[in-house]
Design a binder for this molecule. Structure first.
Ligand SMILES: *Cc1c(COP(=O)(O)O)cnc(C)c1O
Length: 452
């Protein structure tokens, strides 16, 4: 195996359980609170929004949860996903580090998101739900849910952030191919959307606004549930198949990582890749540095506060303790749409608070530069979101070159960028700008965060 480039798993070697990190944590993350009473919420509070099986997973204290056969069968379309050794990138950088990347771009939608959309559509279908609503930023999540609902024959209605709806028409086409209906958000189909459009007909929208619209449509119909593509415990749970596979693959070539790097928007690809490694770290079986990478213009971990806040802009969701820039914060229109969220997964926020992981914020020009270097060496064009993880990997590999350290780096390459070529075009033409993060905007948005 000395000169391998790709480490594959057979279908029969695919993990058949998801891993729940919570029981292994030194202390549990604080519970979500009811937005009205500020008391911890229970399963029944969430029942209008989510399938019961998903609510049980959200609060589960079991370490491992069996993946039903009806989900494994769909996973087999693209799983196990490949792990590559980036030998050409290592040579191009002249680094003594070994770089591995776990590639989720092989799924039907080109990202890690179907790992959870398939699970969510499956459980809702099992419980007789006939329609799912959701929001989408760049379109990755909406297309992943559209693909998944098509697998089980349920309807899908998507609110897409208006700025992306206009600039990324191909994602909308993909959603429609899989049978979903798509609205730009803010839309004229919800009360909240109509209020915002009245103030600004050209409103660019935000993920928080689109969540408010999708949630309101779900709670109004007993046969409809809402579906979220990141942040929540059950979403990160479904993504852990990524890290479980990567552990098996690294074991095949006798490697353990010194650094695990993934981008963090709401935390799902990061959690999915890293949580099995966090388990190994907490158990003393290995000691990798776990690093999340976020955009400098939407830095919820590195600049946000650890507070109870709403998941959406209108303030309809439960209050969750997380790193937040404030639910009314509207980040600059950077190209990594999937990383433009004001909050962060409560588990990831808790890991950061406890010092179990670290975080780094990088500006988009550096990220596209690293992604172009990666593409020229490895061939794969990364999506703008994992381009942040690629940039952090390049930084780490160059630091190894300085120090002579032969570290093993594991990079999460959460998706390809074939539908993001317009942003690469901007970069190549030199038109891409770095947005300064404004502390004044942060203070203004934090002023609306409830005091608990
Ligand atoms: C949505 C998306 C992300 C960001 O979401 P997380 O929940 O933080 O993973 C990252 N990469 C890709 C390819 C995405 O589509």
């Amino acid at each position: 195996m000395s000169d391998y480039y790709k480490v594959s798993l057979d279908e029969a070697e695919m993990p058949t359980q998801w891993y729940n990190l919570i029981p292994d944590l030194p202390t549990p993350p604080p519970p979500p609170l009811h937005p009205g009473t500020h008391e911890p919420i229970g399963g029944p509070d969430l029942a209008p929004l989510f399938a019961m099986a998903l609510i049980e997973q959200e609060v589960s204290t079991e370490s491992y949860i069996d993946i039903p056969g009806g989900i494994l069968d769909v996973y087999r379309l693209w799983r196990p996903s490949p792990l590559y050794r980036a030998r050409r990138l290592e040579r191009a950088l002249g680094t003594p580090a070994k770089i591995f990347y776990k590639y989720e771009g092989v799924s039907p939608t080109g990202s890690h998101k179907p790992n959870t959309s398939v699970a969510q559509a499956y459980y809702n279908h099992q419980e007789g739900i006939t329609k799912l609503t959701t929001e989408t930023g760049a379109g990755q999540w909406g297309s992943s849910l559209a693909f998944a609902t098509a697998q089980y024959g349920i309807e899908c209605e998507v609110w897409q952030v208006a700025a992306s709806y206009r600039s990324k028409p191909y994602r909308k086409t993909m959603m429609e191919i899989w049978g979903a209906s798509v609205h730009p958000s803010p839309s004229d189909v919800t009360e909240f959307g109509r209020q915002l459009l009245a103030k600004d007909p050209g409103h660019p929208g935000s993920l928080g606004i689109a969540i408010s619209e999708a949630v309101s449509m779900a709670v109004d119909d007993p046969n409809t549930r809402y579906s979220l593509g990141s942040v929540l415990n059950h979403v990160l749970l479904h993504q852990t198949i990524i890290g479980e596979e990567a552990l098996l693959q690294l074991d095949k070539v006798g490697e353990t990582p010194d650094v695990v790097i993934a981008c963090t928007g709401g935390g799902s690809n990061f959690g999915g890749l890293s949580f099995p490694f966090v388990r190994e770290k907490l158990a003393g079986r290995m000691d990798p540095v776990i690093r999340g990478v976020e955009p400098a213009s939407c830095p919820s971990l590195t600049k946000g506060q650890y507070r109870y806040d709403f998941g959406d802009t209108a303030g309809m969701t439960p209050l969750v303790k997380m790193h937040t820039l404030g639910h009314q914060f509207i980040p600059d229109a950077i190209h990594a749409g999937g990383l433009r969220y004001h909050g962060m997964s409560p588990i990831v926020s808790h890991l950061y608070e406890e010092g179990i992981m670290e975080a780094e914020a990088i500006t988009q020009v550096e990220c596209f530069g690293a992604a172009v270097q990666f593409a020229r060496a490895e061939g794969i064009v990364a999506a703008p979101e994992p381009a942040h993880a690629v940039a952090a990997t390049v930084r780490e590999a160059l630091a190894c070159k300085e120090s002579g350290d032969e570290k093993t780096i594991l990079l999460g390459l959460s998706g390809h960028g074939h539908l993001d070529l317009a942003s690469y075009d901007d970069y190549l033409l030199g038109g891409l700008v770095d947005h300064e993060f404004s502390d004044a905007d942060l203070s203004a948005a934090m002023a609306h965060v409830p005091i608990i």
